[in-house]
Design a protein around this ligand. Sequence first.
Ligand code: GLA
Length: 413
Amino acid sequence: MTFDFETNQETKHMKKIMLFLFLLGAINIYSQKFNNLALTPPMGWNSWNKIGCNVDEKTIRDIADAMVSSGMKDCGYRYIVIDDCWHDSIRDAQGFIRANPARFPSGIKALADYVHSKGLKFGIYSDAGNHTCGGKLGSRGHEYQDALTYARWGVDYLKYDWCQCDDLNAKGAYTTIRDALYSAGRPIVLSICEWGNNKPWEWAAGIGHLWRTTGDIFNCFDCQKKYGTWSAWGVLKIIDMQEQYRKYAGPDHWNDPDMLEVGNGMPANEDRAHFSIWCMSAAPLISGNDLSRMSKETLEILTNKEVIAIDQDSLGIQGFRQSKIDSIEVWYKPLKNGDWALCFLNRGSKPVNLEYDWKKQVIKDDVAKLELKYDLKPYTIRDLWAKKVIGSTDKVLKTYLPSHDVLMVRLLK
Ligand code: GLA
């Protein structure tokens, strides 16, 4: 028998290359985000804005109950998300994360089961660093273990924060948790929360389903709240910071201007303006108030289905500020069926008598590549807060717009 040494070596070499290519392919297949979990902006509730670190299982259950009984679930709100501070102070002997036993005596799995039994989805919070912003245990070095734990508990949504991460590469850190979630096998929405520090709009579409574009929201219409090295921002400040990133957002990858402050203390007109602009911006609608004790006005704002429909429109285009007339901003958002949403926002401290001559307007959306031509045919104007038709675009619009309030309409084609 002759032995062809060279051919044999070549075959071995080829086999190694094939194995390498196979593994590379396998890594590609198994490292991705769970697609199509957020084809419209996620809707739900998160504990942070109202109760901060004061989370416990009874409160979360009450909120889940209120989400259903208030009618919010019927409007599309789904996720009940526990933000920071649910954690125990140490991991178990194998390094698995646990909940604070005094605050969550029945455990997170039982709580997730309860939330699911209401037809809702359950979310949780962690951080890419060693510690969360509230000083609890972060996921650094435990990403795969934590992802496995969340999958076992029945988590559907993970908000992943960015405190204590100065020496980390953001894209790398968020890719690690994405891969960990994927390998744990349970579809989980990944909410990236690094405040826009590392331009997530440029790299996160294949990693998460939404990314924060700004620092934290503060419960005021137009203020800056300074906390030493960082600031939180009022509604107007936030919209000014995030509008420029609209071209990066779309179905399954949304710009996130932070959670809602509706019902947390601003007057109803400011809450209405806040909610309207979030909907014009195709922003995630994560309420942050006490759902079990809502005023009539708060409930009316959070459950206005016609306004929510603008946010949830399947075309998924983030609206834009088309023009400014003194203190009034004019926002447009194209919609799937050919209608347009339009919102006049009075940022000023005085009411305004507005006159808007439709025929003089040229509306071009460079991102959606759409144009609105009023001279081709008139649109019927439906006021989405008054819930009635108020005219047509063949006549100049004359309206009174109070300070810090909106006229939000749908132009029916
Ligand atoms: C950061 C986030 C907030 C909240 C807190 C919790 O500030 O941006 O939304 O999650 O941490 O500590």
